[in-house]
Ligand binder design. Structure first.
Ligand code: NAP
Ligand code: 3JN
Length: 340
């Protein structure tokens, strides 16, 4: 298999995810022929470093994608909705981080450890969707279990870092924390309530069914990626005062009998998963373990004693890396190796 050098564009290059995408491209030695850094008009005049060179930020416009092979998008859903088809029209393959295209039946929704075969479907619209960060880490851990034991139902509660909301939210947690420990007034602009020293059971907008949009993303995306609409999924997503790393408490019910030891052995051999599960020695995954690396960490694996075939897990990953940037770059790597 050949690996073509790619003319690349990063749309949303100045953002939290875009910055991490650039770092991942460097770290993983992605075969770049040329790279465009795209953002809003506000960022024109800025420069971003790539492999030692300073690249000027350009405004993302209708003509940005001419001559570009792959564009990595993380500039918000509205931007993706408008510009992904324009890029695809110019022959550029879009790997999109927003929710704009995830549930489109003609757009593959891909986690390379789980459903790399789905990438082939990019030819229909020229777009591949990257799932939501909370979905990605959950399916990396649950896919091997689903394949072997068949998952009937998933109950998940998340503990999501502020970096999932972007650079302004990172500043808000920092500023509020500093204000509070100095007995000063604080402001909240990004979240509807104070996030410092607090937990908000509210991520993205509320839907008519009482769930938030983030919760419904977890429900619908999980079924699409695992290619099984019979799985019952219910989610509660919570924002916590952590900078990087989403944690999840996950309870599953399987069709076949399953033990904690079988789950541990299976996950130890699964791609993209790291096991940290020695509670007697205080070893379990923490956001601080997950941040800055790409494994999905799993621990607290134990039998759910309230039902016949139940397992509880604690799943943690870096939401900006595996939850967004790394997964996007991994998809682009498969495209470069196997499709271009
Ligand atoms: P962020 O830190 O606020 O950055 C937003 C980026 O989008 C900036 O580069 C910004 O450029 C650019 N942008 C905003 N409006 C634009 C426009 N009209 N035209 C061109 N560029 C525009 O946000 P983030 O955390 O990086 O997230 C960005 C997006 O990625 C989110 O909206 C979401 O769709 C997606 N995301 C996905 C996941 C996931 O779960 N997979 C996680 C986080 C984010 P300026 O700097 O010039 O404003
Ligand atoms: O809040 C998080 O931890 C993840 C946030 C993801 C996000 C933020 C803004 C818009 C998304 C997403 O990827 O689902 C979107 C979006 O709907 O595009």
């Amino acid at each position: 298999m050949s690996e073509k050098k790619i003319n690349l564009a990063v749309a949303g290059a100045t953002g939290a995810v875009g910055n991490q995408m650039i770092a991942c491209l460097e770290e993983r030695n992605f075969p770049v022929k040329s790279i465009k850094m795209l953002a809003s008009r506000r960022s024109v005049g800025r420069e971003l470093r790539f492999r030692g060179d300073l690249i000027p930020v350009e405004e993302l416009t209708e003509t940005s994608f001419k001559g570009v092979d792959i564009a990595l998008f993380s500039a918000g859903g509205g931007t993706s909705q408008k510009f992904a088809p324009i890029a695809a029209e110019d022959g550029c393959i879009v790997v999109d981080n927003s929710s704009a295209w995830r549930m489109d039946p003609d757009v593959p929704l891909v986690v390379p450890e789980v459903n790399p075969h789905a990438i082939a479907g990019y030819t229909v619209k020229g777009i591949i969707a990257n799932p939501n960060c909370s979905t990605i880490q959950m399916v990396v851990a649950l896919n091997p279990i689903h394949k072997k034991f068949g998952i009937k139902r998933i109950v998940v509660s998340t503990y999501q870092a502020v970096s999932g909301t972007g650079k302004k939210a990172i500043d808000e947690l920092f500023d509020q924390t500093r204000a509070m420990i100095n007995f000063l007034d604080y402001k909240n602009a990004v979240y509807p309530h104070r996030i410092a020293f607090n937990c908000l059971p509210h991520i993205d907008v509320f839907q008519d069914n009482g769930y938030t949009k983030e919760e419904m993303k977890m429900v619908n995306e999980t079924r699409k990626i695992l290619e099984d609409n019979t799985i019952g999924v219910t989610a509660t997503t919570v924002r916590v005062p952590v900078f990087f790393g989403h944690s999840e408490s996950v309870n599953i019910e399987t069709k076949e009998p399953i033990t904690a030891d079988e789950t541990r052995t299976l996950l130890k051999a699964s791609p993209g998963v790291g096991i940290l599960d020695d509670p007697q020695n205080n070893i379990y995954p923490l956001a601080t373990d997950a941040a800055g690396q790409d494994l999905t960490l799993v621990g607290r694996i134990r039998q759910d004693e309230s039902i016949p075939n139940g397992i509880n897990l604690w799943i943690v990953a870096d939401n900006i890396r595996k939850g967004a940037a790394t997964n996007t770059v991994q998809i682009a790597e498969v495209l470069a190796k196997e499709y271009l």
